[in-house]
Design a protein around this ligand. Sequence first.
Ligand code: DP6
Length: 385
Amino acid sequence: MSKIVTMIAPVNIAVIKYWGKRDEELILPLNDSVSATLDTNVMCAKTSVCARPEFFENEIWLNGKKESFTNQRLENCLHEIQARAADEKSVSVEFLSWKVHVCSVNNFPTAAGLASSAAGYACLVSALAKLYKVKSDVSSIARLGSGSACRSVYGGFVRWHAGVNHDGSDSVASQIADASHWPEMRALILVVGETKKKISSTSGMRISVQTSELLKHRIEYCVPLRTEEIIKTIREKNFAKFAEITMKDSNQFHAICLDSYPPIVYMTDVSHYIIELVHKYNKTCGEIKVAYTFDAGPNACLYLLDKEVPKVVSLLKYAFPTSNSEFITGLSVQAEELTGDELTSLCEPQDTDLIKYIIHTKVGEGPTEIVEDSHLLNDSGVPID
Ligand code: DP6
């Protein structure tokens, strides 16, 4: 009988976007990408795993629902961890033959463009690595679940190296700076809609690779330069430059989506209004104080420094009236506000509830084991209700 291992893992939001694969099976990207890992105290996936001789088959429960284990990405992750454990001789051959039970939950909306698969696969792979006592880097295994998941294996600021090897052995993540490096960095996630996105990242990037001329230019000329530049801004804590590159890269990613045929549209009018507001705010400040970035969905992630949060939150509350009494979740926000004149000069209030809620968070650590007894599986290895 094996013990139950429970881990939590973070989401990450890219500032240099991953968009396009050179190998769909091994999930090998066309370009390097860079992200910040966000605090698991605010948003995380939580996963319990165990392996037992009496288990009849591999089973998985996701967000309270039994799902099929017959899923190529899931199976690839499990097989790769088991292969690694066999190589490292970290567990017995008998242990390797046992079936596993997996139970996982997210504390944020799934498939709403909130990097839920990244946290989910990083969590699964980290928990399995712990269960099978695998010691080596598992970012390349998390990558087999979902490309962006490999970046959630580390805390702080992370780079995913595209790599050149056909087997993907050099397509791994590495840490640029740990979670304590830039303690003032904050993120505001503006949840525009919780509905499932129309085109998955996987399908969207396939269309872009097949049809977008701009994508080639991005991969060859833009990303290599931007990656080096943004790493420098992170090391030097140069917010204005970091923010500028972040916004330009988000804009380029969405331009590539539009350049795809048929075009892919992830952002909505609300997303575009947020972009306009951020540019107006930065202009009024006389320097770049806030950056926006959008993944494959309409939600915005704003990166900003802690001292800017109260003012930006007061602006967002003014611009996006809400009926939600818990409009701001996550970290608390100090009560410093922009004046009425400042607000009216920046924008006019929009319709109510265009933004459902805002998550205030910061850069955080990578996956962590939960040692106290709060497993998602009971002693018999089935989900606790
Ligand atoms: C827009 O990692 O979800 O969020 O590898 O096909 O699972 P698959 O795609 P996924 O793509 C994420 C794309 C992105 C940009 C990013 O996170 O870098």
